[in-house]
Design a binder for this molecule. Structure first.
Ligand SMILES: [Cu+2]
Length: 253
């Protein structure tokens, strides 16, 4: 899982836990009341509320109950909102001079040749980061490893099944696990028949995505921490072959 995924999976776990707890309370309560307060066969029921068919029942206002069922869920929602903010630091952290600015300490400075990021997924910090580029065309991804060592970043091609009977040659990006990458991205034109349009690479399993916009450089932190292969899909509709704008990422040790 990537840098954001580590955080998002933790959040996911918390949200599922609270959802299950609330569901158990609600459904157990509901079942209990539905069964326990059922009238028995032939039972003559008292009618203390004088409920009549076609007449709106008397209004019993219970202030304590009303406050309780408003305040308790409100506290839970405020808490979940608060914890959901946590990954924003890791996702939007600036890149820059970590020696000068404490806010840039999450991923440190750009690695020097041969230096490793040593990503710490517990605390979402790293020694340093590596840079590479992604360019979106209509309709394929191009990876540029810049000056990086081939052990850290390599490109190639492979056949990927795009449906049950068809395979297509697609780009492959090979990255090293537990390294932090800062990806700079933009969209370019291949000529009048293929204008620069907005794309958005979605790094499945790594859990992040970002728009790729003509004439703008967008950036994204990427930290693959699980070995294996995953796909990049385009999640911004970009024309005819949008659905086939696929690439593979191989994460190696
Ligand atoms: Cu696209």
């Amino acid at each position: 899982m990537g840098v954001s995924s580590v955080l998002f999976w933790d959040l996911w776990g918390q949200f599922v836990w609270w959802s299950v707890l609330v569901a158990v309370i609600v459904f157990v309560w509901l079942m209990h009341h539905s069964l326990f307060y059922r009238s028995k066969e032939g039972e003559e029921l008292p009618n203390p509320d004088e409920i009549e068919v076609g007449v709106f029942p008397k209004d019993y206002h219970n202030f304590t109950l009303e406050v309780t069922w408003t305040v308790i869920p409100l506290i839970l929602i405020l808490y979940l909102t608060y914890v959901a903010w946590a990954p924003l630091n890791a996702v939007w952290a600036p890149a820059g001079d970590a020696d000068v600015d404490d806010n840039l300490k999450i991923y440190g400075n750009e690695c020097t040749v041969g230096q490793s990021s040593f990503f710490d997924s517990e605390n979402t910090t790293a020694n340093c980061y590596h840079k590479f580029d992604i360019i979106g065309y209509q309709w394929y991804w191009e990876f540029d490893c810049l000056e990086l060592d081939p052990m850290l970043c390599a490109t190639g091609f492979t056949n990927i099944a795009i449906n049950e009977s068809t395979e297509q040659l697609k780009p492959v990006l090979t990255l090293k696990s537990d390294e932090v990458y800062l990806v700079s991205m933009t969209s370019k034109s291949l000529g009048p028949d293929s204008p620069a349009v907005t794309h958005a690479p979605w790094f499945i399993d790594i859990g992040t995505k970002e728009d790729v916009v003509p004439n703008v450089i967008t950036t994204l932190w990427l930290t693959p921490t699980t070995l294996g292969s995953t796909l990049i899909l385009c999640t911004e509709y970009c024309g005819q072959d949008h659905a086939y704008m696929i690439a593979q990422i191989d994460v190696i040790a």
